[in-house]
Design a protein around this ligand. Sequence first.
Ligand SMILES: *Cc1c(COP(=O)(O)O)cnc(C)c1O
Length: 432
Amino acid sequence: MVIWKSLSETDIEVFNAINGEIKREDEGLELIPSENYVSKAVMQAMGSVLNNKYSEGYPGKRYYGGQEFTDIVETLAIERAKKLFNAEHVNVQPYSGSPANLAAYLAVMKPGDKLMGLALSQGGHLTHGHKVSQTGKLFKAVQYELDPETKTLDYDAIRKLAEKEKPQVIVSGYTAYPREIDFKEFAEIAKDVGAYSMADIAHIAGLIAGGAHPSPFPHMDIVTTTTHKTLRGPRGGMIMCKDDDRLHEKYHSDSKYNLAQLIDRSVFPGLQGGPHMNIIAGKAVAFEEDLQPEFKEYAAQVVKNAKALADALMEYGFELVSGGTDNHLILIDLTNKGITGMQAEKALDKAGITLNKNTVPFDPRPPFDPSGIRLGTPAITTRGMKESEMKEIASFMNEALENINNDSKLKEIKQKVKDLCSNYPLYELYKA
Ligand SMILES: *Cc1c(COP(=O)(O)O)cnc(C)c1O
């Protein structure tokens, strides 16, 4: 067939860029806490002919013909997600985490309603009501903050703010928060002020699925997530919620739909058209992997590795926000080292270590060149690295950050990084 040629034959520029990325991922240490490596099986599902199919609607209720296989795939993804999270209702169609959040908000709020979330500069996500995000423009955003002393969640202050502001939705779940979240407490606060409780578990979904972080179920009304971070699936989003008509009576006595129906209608036809069925197939494959006993071990190891890395970094005099970590993520305030987040990110990049500059809570510096860096262990744990490698990585980081202007030293470290990574090859998988 005329279109069935290999990429290497038809588009050498894109082919070469992809191969460059394979080499980059294989030879470097990926410490960005929102990144991971998916299996060959997930890649195959994403790269399948399911890409070609339009399937607006939901299984059994589509607007186009020819849905006998898409219905199987979407139903598998939904059923596996329900099992993985103990969720009552699941929508696997959101294109990514941000549209999942927008769809969830618009299911239960009207423009001008009040949304309460953690400020971006404190570890929240853009879509939790930041002023440059549509979520901060469509809704009246109320932003809570961390305790200025401990840099952790202050549930009394959050309750007081919620009682004063009476928001329609309270969001928990973060992008740069290294500590455990008390979802039960959040759900109680929301219930007491008549708000929907929503957890955005984009970062920690894999830890929750693997039993390494307390679950937002059965407490939360709505749970949104990405599927590509610790869940180790394709880039995408998902919304889970209670399927409970009592909620309907409480909040939507004038609506003929319950919460689950409102969520589904908000995703399609409210916000999206055709679902990406190849990606939904990738979600189904990833969720099945996440249901295996090995994934529990993975989730536990992610946390053990983060603690080991945190301890080793503290021994080198790095100051960790909140004094450590409970999850996959570490936030370092570099102020005492006399370097900025941007300088650190650049130097580490030269040493083959990828992470990102990040604001720290109450950061006196601007977001473009903040005081901190954010790193995490999901990707390196997928590679098979354990506690002893974490010590090595901390020493590489320390050496690099003591030599941010010494390019030959950084090059030397890059070689050591490459040697370490060669013991944990990634893409032999793809050569098969
Ligand atoms: C990553 C993330 C998102 C957004 O996901 P995208 O897929 O990048 O749109 C939303 N919320 C939180 C807490 C996140 O960490």
